[in-house]
Design a binder for this molecule. Structure first.
Ligand code: ATP
Ligand code: LTN
Length: 331
């Protein structure tokens, strides 16, 4: 039996990028791996590395949990919980800060991008964030971590930290492996295909949220940036915007990029975009209906209570052993 662990930050409305890069993959894995265990948490401690409005943060935390279930997560087979409800994440995060070097943290591109953007003041927790992320993963001895491409570097650092700890204190943590989808690991912004689609982005035309209605989805796809070549082929270098839309189309309908190109090679951008918008609507609207059902029921709280209890049990035992190993406390 393997344990699969992943997390998602409640920093904004879930986007199509989160859905394709992470959620859909998680649900697919769960269907394919019947004997494995799945832990999924809402990373609210990570969200506060940038300023959040308290009541919005709390609402989004529940929204994301409900949305995950609406996307097809099997509630019986998932330990779904909220990160801050398990204090051992922060505790191990602190310990791992002592096992990661400044130079390693300085090399993280997510941090460097934030530094360059100049518009946010950088908190010290934004800098040490990868230590907490490593803690989220190795606390549960995760074997696999399904994430989008942007998290690859953090996963590599997590492996380094786990190996370093195991080497110094003797084997203790499982060294996790990332699972990154072949198609759809990096969905780009619809207006600026050089940038990844992000939920904390300012221009809403660049991203589709899982809450967008039919009209909004159609409008955003229609106005997505393409090029003036007018030829439908997959060329991520010369036709970045179109390649991104082809990626979205292939991932959302579970067919290959070649099949999409084959189908539309004699068509035009307008028809292609109309069909893509329709496919997205057909996938997203039923998810939204399911979300409404879940968010208006008591079930969500029960699922999160159960998740907290299972995760807490595991985390408590692991941390007791971890502190003993390091020499913290009396015994
Ligand atoms: P923010 O935009 O606020 O930085 P985020 O959406 O990048 O947040 P998370 O919510 O923590 O960050 O991401 C959850 C998961 O979604 C991660 O596995 C991440 O790799 C994946 N993901 C995020 N954006 C994309 C994208 N544009 N394409 C593919 N996967 C993505
Ligand atoms: N850092 C991730 C979110 C995240 C995560 C995790 C993903 C926090 N902890 C543990 C996988 C496993 C992000 O910014 N997307």
């Amino acid at each position: 039996m393997k344990r699969i662990v992943s997390g998602i930050k409640p920093t904004g409305s879930l986007t199509l990028g989160n859905y394709i890069g992470a959620i859909k993959q998680f649900v697919k894995l769960q269907k394919a791996r019947e004997n494995d265990e799945f832990f999924l948490f809402i990373a609210d401690l990570h969200a506060i590395t940038t300023r959040q409005i308290p009541h919005e943060l709390r609402k989004r935390t529940l929204d994301i949990a409900a949305m995950y279930l609406a996307c097809g997560l099997d509630k019986e087979r998932t330990t779904l919980f909220i990160q801050s409800e398990i204090p051992q994440h922060a505790e191990l995060g602190y310990i791992l800060q002592s096992n990661v070097y400044m130079g390693e943290l300085e090399r993280m591109t997510q941090y460097k991008d934030k530094l360059e953007s100049n518009d946010v003041s950088i908190s010290s927790s934004l800098f040490t964030y990868p230590a907490l992320m490593a803690a989220d993963i190795i606390l549960y001895d995760a074997d696999y971590v399904p994430v989008g491409d942007d998290q690859k570097q953090h996963l590599e650092l997590t492996r380094d930290i786990a190996n370093r700890f195991n080497h110094y204190y003797s084997d203790f943590f499982t060294v996790p492996e990332p699972l990154i989808p072949e198609v759809g690991a990096r969905i780009m912004d619809l207006q600026n295909p050089e940038k990844k689609m992000s939920k904390s982005e300012n221009n809403p035309k660049g991203y589709i949220t899982l809450f967008d209605d039919e009209k909004t989805i159609t409008r955003k796809i229609k106005s997505a940036k393409t090029d003036s070549l007018g030829i439908i082929k997959y060329d991520p270098l010369e036709q970045k915007g179109l390649a991104n839309l082809i990626n979205i189309f292939a991932s959302i309908s579970d067919i290959s990029i070649n099949q999409i190109v084959d189908k539309y090679k004699n068509s035009d951008y307008k028809t292609f975009k109309e069909d893509l918008a329709k496919t997205l609507v057909d996938v997203l609207i039923p998810i939204q209906l399911k979300y409404q059902e879940i968010i208006n029921s008591n079930e969500l709280n029960e699922i999160l209570d159960k998740g907290r209890s299972i995760a807490s049990d595991y985390a408590f035992k692991k941390m007791r052993k971890c502190k003993r190993k390091i020499g913290l406390g009396r015994k």
